[in-house]
Write a protein that binds this ligand. Structure first.
Ligand code: HEC
Length: 132
């Protein structure tokens, strides 16, 4: 009876530890990135989104898919997979966090900082915002 209880307790601890490490793998931008201010004024938003849509088409669609759901052909064999940018997990982040991730990359997600100008990266962030 006692061994059975210990067994169950051990199982709970293992499962708990696994979900902890799984959460650790979630990509989180540093605290400072959250507060990065989107420099595009609301008057310029529409133009910025238009430019961002073009960038998305040529640079991101291959992996993140035509509608940003993470189902592009270029991402099929990747692990971890390209994120679903429409998801609540992504859309609940601040513009600054998304900008930071686009700039810095991780694993197969390209580090766009040296490739796209700062303006282009904000444009694509503004476009990603319309994918909700
Ligand atoms: C070569 C394939 C590839 C391309 C091209 C690509 N991505 Fe990604 N992207 C990924 C992968 C893979 C991940 C997941 C990385 C991880 O979690 O380690 C990712 C993650 C992201 C995330 C983070 C989501 C989150 O919060 O976890 C954002 C935002 C993103 N991509 C936006 C873009 C944008 C914008 C572009 C175009 C400028 C782009 N990606 C181009 C593969 C790609």
């Amino acid at each position: 009876m006692k061994t059975k209880l210990l067994y169950i307790l051990g199982l709970i601890i293992i499962v708990g530890f696994m979900s902890f490490t799984f959460q650790e793998d979630r990509w989180t931008a540093p605290e400072g990135a959250k507060k990065l201010k989107n420099p595009v004024s609301s008057a310029d938003k529409a133009e910025s989104i238009k430019r961002g849509a073009k960038i998305f088409k040529t640079r991101c669609m291959i992996c993140h898919g035509t509608t940003g759901k993470g189902d592009g052909i270029g991402g099929k064999a990747l692990s971890p997979k390209p994120q679903n940018l429409v998801s609540k997990m992504v859309q609940s982040q601040t513009d600054g966090e998304i900008f930071w991730k686009v700039t810095n990359g991780r694993n197969d997600m390209i580090k766009w900082g040296p490739i796209l100008t700062e303006e282009q990266r904000w444009d694509v962030v503004n476009y990603v915002r319309t994918l909700k």
